[in-house]
Design a protein around this ligand. Structure first.
Ligand code: 9UX
Length: 71
């Protein structure tokens, strides 16, 4: 089954940042589709139920951004 996780992301300032974070999140195993909104600093990630927050947050940080406060 699939589920959705929303995460806040700090440090994005342009559309290229958005694409970079989307690409990083989409590369995490089990992710079906990640969409990032620059204005709200929110990522909405559709993924297999077994994917926890940790690899998603790690992908955000490896791309050069920070996970915001847990929502
Ligand atoms: Mo835009 Mo983001 O030039 O790190 S890619 S600021």
């Amino acid at each position: 089954p699939l589920t959705t996780t929303d995460l806040l992301i700090e440090g994005m300032t342009c559309a290229s940042c958005v694409r970079r974070v989307e690409k990083a999140l989409n590369a995490v195993p089990g992710v079906i589709e990640a969409q990032v909104n620059l204005a709200t600093e929110r990522a909405t990630i559709l993924h297999q139920e077994g994917v926890s927050d940790a690899p998603l947050a790690a992908a955000i940080e490896k791309a050069g951004y920070k996970r915001g406060a847990p929502m």
